[in-house]
Design a protein around this ligand. Sequence first.
Ligand code: MN
Ligand code: MN
Length: 299
Amino acid sequence: MLPFVGVATFLRARYCPLSEAWQADVGFLGVPFDLAIGYRPGARFAPQAVRQASLRYALPPEGYYHPRDGWRLKGVQVIDAGDVDIPTPDYEQAFERITASARALRARVRLPLFVGGDHSVSYPLLRAYDDVPDLHVVQLDAHLDFSDERDGTRYSNSSPFRRAVEALPNLQHITTIGLRGVRFDAEAVQTARARGHTLLFREQLEGLDLATVLPQGKSVYLSIDVDALEPALMPATSSPEPDGLSFRETAQIIALVAQRNTLVGADLVELTPQLDPSGNSALIAVRLLIEVMMSALSR
Ligand code: MN
Ligand code: MN
């Protein structure tokens, strides 16, 4: 079936709501919440845009054929579990529903894939991982998102990981990769460093052997803020910063993280599809999700 035909689900997977009982390898859940964004809104439209773009990469049962690697993701069963039903504008109730839906998805699949939404959703998503001992987070992001508050609010897309370490005693460590820009929150940087977090700035990545600094043998939750990527490549994001990661660098980091650890879940956030009328940003977001699946499941 051609990519412009039919009803859009993630990779043309079967749609099964979380109200039903089922099991699969990978589950896709949309989290269309963007009330916590500090700049250009619209990430609520990302799950639908990702589904639409993903038809270009519909996954057949025999997998994707690659001339060097053979069949990839062969027999991997993917389910599109729909979206969290977001009760705009009540963020507390939205977060409750996000956590409950994430728990329900975790119970059904080996690899949950969550598509936001703005980055604030990583906090309620991580609350669904309060039972994972020695949990590690790897965050790809131009921004630290570890602020205690922003303009008097504590649950914005600048604070998800601060709230997560407060709420989850099992969350041991956070590695943030791709940091850059001019507006850093000094208190957030100091607190993250005092906790022993690994902060990797864009300019540090040149010539750095990431294998020596990334977690290994851990249970890792991977959080991909698409503004980690170069904005010329990924213009569809609320708060772009120049000098971002290339697609290949990003894919290599994903592979390194997913192959050497147990990936317990991944989110992709801050995609604001209408800021890129070409649609390329959504296609790249889909490719990143496929890289996550291939790295985590083809071992
Ligand atoms: Mn972020
Ligand atoms: Mn960011």
